[in-house]
Design a protein around this ligand. Structure first.
Ligand code: GRF
Length: 189
């Protein structure tokens, strides 16, 4: 089995990054996570280090503007020679200069059934809309936010009494299955 190189971008706890690392190590996904990058000092960075993975932190405030940061991020990710770049809870919009650098090998994980509820508050927005079913989507990234060809989706039921936290926790359980499957699909295509 060939081992593709995967770079994961995070901003949060990194539970999806860990699920992907474990799926790679179990050889469910034909690749290895070679680096984890973040835009802030989040707990997921420590989780990655505990897993023995190289990390990098690039906070936009250390660059003069968003374009300069996006180019620097592209260059840093490119240094790791990825076959696949995964945005897994990375809470920044990826600029065209970044997206174009990884065309056909950049995917994003989003906690709703796109095209419903794009944006940073997908779980809250689904609850407020009163839908009975939401879920998660893995899609290729294009120049629009939470947009691009869909790879995989999984439905998650909304329960009576759900809060944003309880619903998001159930969505994450689905995501921990979905993201490795999607990476496998891309890498085996
Ligand atoms: C996931 O629900 C992802 O869909 C969203 O942010 C969350 C990241 O969670 N964009 P984690 O950091 O992987 O635990």
């Amino acid at each position: 089995m060939s081992h593709s190189r995967i770079v994961v971008l995070i901003s949060g706890s990194g539970s999806n990054m860990q699920a992907l690392v474990e799926a790679c190590r179990a050889e469910v996904v034909p690749g290895a996570v070679v680096a984890v990058g973040a835009d802030r000092d989040c707990s997921g960075l420590q989780r990655a280090r505990d897993l023995g993975i190289e990390t990098f932190l690039m906070s936009p405030k250390e660059w003069p503007d968003r374009d300069a940061w996006s180019e620097a991020l592209r260059d840093e990710v490119a240094c790791h020679q990825p076959d696949l770049v995964v945005s897994a809870g990375f809470m920044r919009i990826l600029a065209p200069v970044f997206v174009d650098g990884f065309s056909g090998r950049l995917i994003n994980l989003h906690p709703s059934l796109l095209p419903d509820f794009p944006g940073a508050h997908a779980v809250r927005d689904a609850l407020e809309a009163g839908v009975r079913v939401t879920g998660s989507t893995v899609h290729y990234v294009d120049h629009l936010v939470d947009h691009g060809p869909i790879l995989l989706q999984e439905k998650v039921e909304v329960h009576d009494g759900d809060t944003e936290d309880t619903l998001h926790a159930r969505i994450k359980e689905a995501e921990h299955r979905l993201l490795p499957q999607a990476c496998k699909l891309v890498l085996e295509a």
